[in-house]
Design a protein around this ligand. Structure first.
Ligand SMILES: *[C@@H]1O[C@H](CO)[C@@H](O)[C@H](O)[C@H]1NC(C)=O
Length: 215
């Protein structure tokens, strides 16, 4: 009996393998064929014989993003949409520029963890955990500091220094996606009913109408 239990325990231990690394591609690369007719999860592979170095290349991340907008920041993405060679590789990046007091408003990447590096300036960052705690983790970062936003969690950044700021981020998906909370809730097309949002946010309908008019 005891030996049976030991055997069972050994099986349970050997079966509880945790996959903690990236999932492995099944070929060297699968450069996205954006014109291909096949619909798959991701993008179909271009014929490897037609693949060129330019399929793995992007230029211009040294350029300062235009921050003349309502929030005072600009994200320049470098995902599979810019580099077809990222298809199936589970990684991408972006440059984020901030004007004085510019913010990157609360948003989430439904498919990626983000690792954020300050190249220049002083940036306040934060993320909020899921219900019911909704705990805020926040920190002020200086040049060279690195911070992580775990996959799926709502997060934000703000330039709190006295000059423009710039960050480079890595993302654990070829196509991280972005859901900006305010845009999704108040800028949905067509509108989410204002009385529904009034109840959700515990404010009067006219407050919701005012916010919706900005998006
Ligand atoms: C930056 O964006 C603003 C607003 O869209 C535009 O008016 C301006 O010309 C842009 N500046 C540059 C240098 O592209």
């Amino acid at each position: 009996m005891a030996s049976h239990l030991l055997f069972l325990a050994l099986i349970m231990i050997s079966c509880s393998i945790v996959l903690a690394s990236d999932s492995s591609p099944l070929q060297d690369f699968c450069v996205a064929d954006s014109n291909g007719p096949v619909q798959v999860n991701g993008l179909a592979c271009k014929d490897p014989k037609l693949v060129q170095a330019t399929d793995f290349f992007f230029s211009g991340l040294n350029m300062i993003g235009n921050t003349s907008n309502a929030v005072g920041s600009r994200v320049t993405p470098v995902t599979v949409a810019q580099i077809p060679g990222l298809n199936t590789l589970g990684i991408s990046m972006a440059r984020v520029d901030f004007a004085l007091w510019g913010i990157n408003p609360p948003h989430t990447h439904p498919r990626a963890t983000e690792i954020f590096t300050v190249l220049e300036g002083t940036i306040q960052v934060g993320f909020i955990t899921s219900n019911p705690e909704n705990r805020l983790f926040s920190k002020v970062l200086q040049t060279g500091d690195v911070f992580v936003f775990p996959e799926g969690l709502v997060h934000f950044q703000r330039n709190v220094g006295n000059c423009n700021a710039v960050a480079i981020v890595g993302l654990s998906s070829q196509n991280p996606g972005v859901i900006t909370v305010a845009n999704a809730v108040f800028g949905a097309k067509p509108d989410i009913p204002d009385d529904l949002l009034a109840k959700a946010f515990q404010v009067e309908v006219k407050v919701v109408d005012q916010i919706q008019s900005k998006f």
